[in-house]
Design a protein around this ligand. Structure first.
Ligand SMILES: [Fe+2]
Ligand SMILES: [Fe+2]
Length: 203
C-alpha cells in the first residue's frame, strides 16, 4: 500500500503542519506573504508610529492611556504571529527596509500639524486597515488552518475594539459627539485579553 503521507519519517525539510493545511486548500506561500505583511504593519505600528503619535498627545492623558493599551496590544499581535510565519516555513525579511516597505498598512506619519484630531484620525484609520487585513487572514484560513485562524481571530477581536475606542475619542474631540465604544478598562497596561497566551477567563 502506498504511503499516503507526503512527509517521510524523520524528514526535517518538510512539515506535516504545512502538509495538512495545504491538502485542505490553503495556499501556504500566499498565506506566509500575508502574515509577513501583517507582521510588518504590527511591528511598525507598535514600535514606531504608535509610540511617536502617542507622545504628541500631551495634555490628553486619558487619550494616552487608551493609546498605550492599543500600542501594547499591537506588540502582542506582533509576538503572537511571528512564530506562525516560521512554523509555516517562512521567515522575516532579512532587510528591515524591505520589511517596512512590504507592510500591509500605509505607514503612519506624525501629521502636520500634529493636532489631537489629526492624530486620532490617523490612529482610527490604522485600526481599520488592521481589521481589513486580519479579516482576510481569517477568510483564507477558516475551516482549513485552525491555528492561524485562531491567532488571526484573536488579533481581530482587539482590532475591532480599537476601532471602537478611536471612533469614540475622535467623535468627542472633533465633533463634540458622544459615540460610546462600550469600552471597559483593561487590566494592567499590555493586558491584551485575546492575543496574549494568558487564560481568557482567569484573573
Ligand atoms: Fe494590531
Ligand atoms: Fe490595533
Amino acid at each position: 500500500m502506498a504511503d499516503k503521507h507526503v512527509v517521510k519519517a524523520g524528514d526535517v525539510t518538510q512539515r506535516v503542519g504545512v502538509e495538512v493545511i495545504s491538502k485542505r486548500g490553503v495556499d501556504v506561500p500566499t498565506l506566509i506573504k500575508m502574515l509577513i505583511a501583517n507582521a510588518g504593519a504590527e511591528f511598525a505600528s507598535t514600535y514606531y508610529y504608535y509610540t511617536i503619535l502617542r507622545m504628541h498627545l500631551a495634555g490628553h492623558e486619558d487619550y494616552k492611556e487608551i493609546c498605550e493599551d492599543a500600542r501594547l496590544e499591537d506588540r502582542a499581535h506582533w509576538e503572537l504571529i511571528v512564530p506562525r510565519i516560521y512554523e509555516l516555513g517562512g521567515e522575516l525579511p532579512n532587510d528591515l527596509k524591505a520589511f517596512h516597505d512590504g507592510a500591509g498598512c500605509v505607514a503612519a506619519k506624525l501629521p502636520d500639524p500634529p493636532t489631537v484630531v489629526n492624530i486620532l484620525t490617523l490612529l482610527l484609520e490604522s485600526e481599520r486597515c488592521a481589521i481589513r487585513s486580519w479579516s482576510e487572514v481569517c477568510d483564507v484560513t477558516f475551516g482549513k488552518d485552525p491555528r492561524t485562524y485562531d491567532m488571526a481571530a484573536r488579533i481581530l477581536n482587539e482590532e475591532v475594539e480599537h476601532e471602537a475606542w478611536f471612533i469614540e475619542l475622535l467623535a468627542h474631540e472633533r465633533d463634540g459627539k458622544i459615540v460610546p465604544s462600550g469600552h471597559f478598562r483593561r487590566g494592567d497596561p499590555g493586558h491584551a485579553p485575546y492575543s496574549k497566551n494568558a487564560g481568557f477567563y482567569n484573573p
